[in-house]
Write a protein that binds this ligand. Structure first.
Ligand code: CA
Length: 227
């Protein structure tokens, strides 16, 4: 999952970025509203964390502008302590949730998970397909009750597949959302990781879930249930 952080206090921005990266999110950080608007409209994010008080263009205006440009990405707004008016204005401008500064990182993480869950329109915590289940909170994976151990990157890849199950995901899309890099034609890192992941989730089971679409990318799908 790819997240944009718009926060002018560099210490706070880097604290959020580092913390999220430790949870295997791909994170970009920018430091003013104009840059935030630019990044939010040019790139495809799964979530935007947007501070209200920003140089050049505040978070409220930034949020209004990206909504006008039809960017539907969930926005978590960071507001100053006690500024009720900011919260109302934030939500009115198109933000989905807000968090009051100062905050505990755990609380930020909980809001991030909740918004990402809402985005994938799956209200239950556990993501599932064809007997394979991933719990983003406990960070565990199992298939037909058998625990599967994944590395952080494999976990992030599988989570992204599950949140977009049934959808064809290109290498470019996976590179951007799971690795936060633009696709390099020379690199086969994505294929390598998909192969590793497939070995862990499909090997030893009757039906494969992770399918290759030749020349196009990959899709995670239970072909028997139209999932
Ligand atoms: Ca600020």
């Amino acid at each position: 999952m790819r997240i944009l952080v718009v926060e002018d206090e560099k210490k706070v921005a880097s604290f959020i970025k580092k913390g999220l990266e430790e949870q295997s999110y791909a994170v970009d950080a920018v430091y003013d509203g104009i840059e935030g608007e630019k990044y939010a409209t040019l790139n495809e994010y799964d979530l935007i964390i947007l501070d209200v008080l920003l140089p050049r263009q505040d978070g409220i205006v930034t949020c209004q502008k990206i909504r006008l440009k039809k960017v539907e990405t969930p926005v978590l707004m960071l507001t100053a302590l006690g500024e009720t008016e900011d919260k109302v204005r934030g939500l009115d401008s198109g933000a989905d949730d807000y968090l009051t500064k100062p905050f505990q990182f755990e609380e930020l993480l909980a809001r991030v998970r909740a918004l990402l869950r809402r985005k994938s329109q799956d209200k239950s915590t556990v993501l599932q397909v064809g007997g394979l289940a991933l719990d983003p909170v406990t960070r565990t994976v199992e298939r037909e009750g058998k625990p599967i151990r994944l590395t952080n990157k494999e976990f992030a890849l599988l989570e992204y597949f599950l949140r977009n199950k049934g959808q064809l995901l290109s290498r470019v899309n996976l590179a951007q959302h799971v690795w936060n890099v633009s696709f390099d034609m020379e690199s086969n890192v994505i294929d390598v990781y998909v192969k590793l992941l497939r070995r862990k989730i499909d090997k030893g089971f009757d039906k494969p879930l992770l399918h290759t679409v030749v020349g196009a990318g990959y899709v995670l799908r239970d072909e028997d249930s139209n999932d």
